[in-house]
Design a protein around this ligand. Structure first.
Ligand SMILES: [Zn+2]
Length: 387
């Protein structure tokens, strides 16, 4: 059961990781198909024929890649949509609980809970029926993650041709055997993944298919949790929120920490009513949620969250104690990327020894993740089997 807005985001991120894992698995499978074809007849002494024969198999490789991408498409579409819808719902729950928990007077608490529950139910029916808000965000997310598919097929083709060309030319010079040259070329692509996916940032950044899907999903669920939350507050007539405080803040968010933001209106001092007593109190509003977001708050991978601010009732946002720091979570994601990279290296290994070494790396990095999560209390990222 979700209790706080921050927990709603955490739940969403766990779902996002599951979707991202599907893309990582597909990426690995695609590289495995490339390596399987590159690895054919490497040691046969048939001169220039090797490259021609491999290039003649482009169409077959394409068919194999299409099958992998089709499976990914079927599975990831539904999972991406569910992640956004579920997280939005979690955000709505969190709105109710996050506000109600702040009120100590039982009567006021009951009244507020009723108002929020009604708002939540109103939002649930509206969000899904009218096709705005959550439905739009879900559709946009599905579009983003499925946009990877076409590019992935093109990239497989490119990588395959590049590996063959590089292998043939290096072997021709005689600096390496064909096998060595092929392994070197495959390793390079295994290291970076299947790349070529650009985002809408300015300037655009390039991602691998798995990291792109992960970025898109993390951004979408964080947005869903916050927007679901805000939709409920808005419907309940709550116009103010406070920004959480973390022991370690991201730089971009430092100026917003612990501050009060409004869903609408302008920055400045306002007179607002205490919902428990009806007494009017002054509230210092730093800006609107939209302005803060535009200025960087709630950026991808931001640790901050918003909570309902009830004038005269809410205390200043407490520092949320979390064992894990921002740095810890960065370290965890680094280790998770290393596991994926080692996995890719294992599937493009052309001989048993290289494969075994890469698989040992997978296990070693997984062990490091286990230690890291034990020490920091972070949630374990991808709980999947090796291989
Ligand atoms: Zn931040």
């Amino acid at each position: 059961m979700t209790i706080t807005p921050a927990a709603a985001i955490e739940e969403g991120l766990a779902q996002a990781r599951k979707v991202a894992a599907m893309f990582a698995d597909a990426e690995t499978a695609l590289l495995e198909r490339i390596a399987a074809r590159v690895g054919k007849d490497l040691d046969n002494d048939d001169g220039d024929d090797w490259a021609d024969k491999r290039l003649a198999e482009v169409a077959q490789l394409r068919k194999e890649a299409e099958a992998i991408v089709r499976r990914l498409q079927a599975a990831s579409r539904a999972a991406a949509e569910a992640a956004v819808l579920d997280t939005w719902a979690e955000g709505m729950d969190a709105a109710v609980r996050g506000a109600v928990l702040q009120v100590h007077d039982r009567k006021v608490r009951k009244r507020l809970a009723k108002v929020l529950e009604d708002a939540k139910n109103l939002g649930t029916s509206r969000g899904i029926n009218v096709g705005q808000g959550v439905a739009e965000l879900a559709a946009q997310t599905v579009r983003m993650v499925t946009s990877v598919h076409e590019g992935a097929l093109r990239a497989v083709d490119d990588i395959y041709r590049n590996v063959i060309a590089e292998t043939a030319s290096r072997a021709l010079i005689g600096a390496e055997t064909r096998r060595e040259a092929a392994q070197r070329a495959l390793d390079r692509f295994a290291g970076q993944g299947i790349t070529g996916f650009t985002d809408s940032a300015n300037p655009p950044r390039t991602w691998s298919m798995a990291s792109y899907a992960e970025m898109a999903m993390r951004t979408a669920v964080a947005r869903a949790a916050v927007d679901g939350h805000l939709a409920t507050l808005r419907d309940a007539g709550i116009n103010l929120v406070s920004v959480s405080r973390l022991p370690y803040t991201c730089d971009r968010c430092a100026r917003w920490e612990g501050k009060v933001l409004a869903l609408s209106g302008t920055a400045g001092t306002r007179v607002e009513e205490n919902p428990a007593t009806g007494v009017h109190v002054f509230v210092q509003v730093e800006g609107t949620v939209a302005e803060a977001r535009l200025a960087g708050l709630l950026h991808p991978n931001c640790g901050h969250s918003l909570n309902a601010y009830l004038p005269g009732v809410s205390r200043p946002a407490p520092v949320v104690q979390s064992q894990a720091t921002y740095k810890d979570s960065q370290r965890q994601r680094y280790l998770e990327r290393k596991v994926q990279e080692s996995r890719r290296r294992a599937v493009v290994a052309l001989d048993a020894d290289t494969k075994r070494k890469a698989e040992q790396q997978v296990v070693a990095y997984q062990e490091k993740i286990r230690e890291h999560t034990k020490v920091t209390g972070l949630r374990h990222g991808r709980g999947r089997q090796a291989g």
